[in-house]
Design a protein around this ligand. Structure first.
Ligand SMILES: [Zn+2]
Length: 251
């Protein structure tokens, strides 16, 4: 049983838009709620796909992609049901932060959630108990390579987009992450490679400078993995244990 109420009927046909109301009683708002925006498109029989962005509020690409689909797709474009939630952890998305500023909740680490817990735990529980049982497929978009799994391509694979044709030249590229490469030294990471650059095992991916010891040699970060650069760290300081790159390969 959830304490979240939906302004939309998840089982209705056609287009619906509104908020999932996450109850949040505070000093400023005794009977207040946090709004998680939701758009449902339904057109007859077919699979139900739940697509979410903003599980981590600082990951913008998925939020943009799901927002665009919510605005641009009509029910007549699909077969089945598409549930679009572009800012699943809405407080985190509004703050542009990985975790919610309300409860410091990392939604991706909050499952299966708690119907009477913090707002982040309540959202996780709603996904687990209300949305997932209705869904055949969940596409939760995170950054760092999510753009290669372009949502309409995935929907095409499920036969939900009768009018979509893949790019005949590029086709559909499917990749899998091999693993992350970590910094062992603190400093400023200078990347050597761009996203999608090929990487051989042993290749230097970048180097770590220490501006507080400018006489020290920079420390190279070597890739133990082969493939291509799926993600790299935003330029700036790194600490020991920070992932500076993620390597992937074609399936
Ligand atoms: Zn994420």
């Amino acid at each position: 049983m959830t304490n979240i109420t939906a302004e939309v009927d998840l089982d209705a046909e056609g287009r619906q838009a509104g908020y999932l109301r996450v109850p949040h009683s505070t000093h400023d708002s005794a009977y207040g709620w946090i709004g998680v925006p939701i758009v449902c498109l339904a057109n007859g029989p077919g699979p139900t796909v739940l697509m979410t962005g903003g599980t981590h509020g600082d990951e913008y690409e998925g939020q943009i992609a799901v927002t665009r689909l919510a605005r641009e797709l009509d029910p007549s474009d699909i077969r089945g049901r598409l549930i679009l939630i572009p800012a699943l952890n809405a407080p985190a998305a509004e703050a542009g932060r990985r975790c919610s500023p309300i409860d410091d909740g990392n939604l991706n680490r909050s499952f299966p959630g708690n119907p009477s817990g913090t707002p982040t735990e309540m959202i996780a529980h709603y996904v687990e108990e209300v949305l997932l049982p209705r869904s055949d497929v969940l596409i939760d978009l995170h950054s760092g390579g999510s753009s290669l799994l372009y949502p309409p391509t995935v929907l095409h694979a499920l036969d939900m987009l009768p009018d979509y044709r893949p790019d005949p030249a590029q086709g559909t590229r499917e990749v899998q992450a091999r693993g992350s490469v970590y910094a062992y030294d603190p400093g400023i990471f200078e990347p050597f490679k761009q996203i999608a650059d090929p990487v051989a095992a042993g290749d230097p991916l970048g180097q770590i400078h220490d501006p507080l010891r400018p006489w020290a040699e920079p420390i190279e970060v070597l890739s133990p993995l082969a493939g291509f650069l799926l993600a790299k760290r935003v330029p700036g300081r790194v600490s020991r244990g920070d992932a500076v790159a993620q390597i992937a390969s074609d399936i």
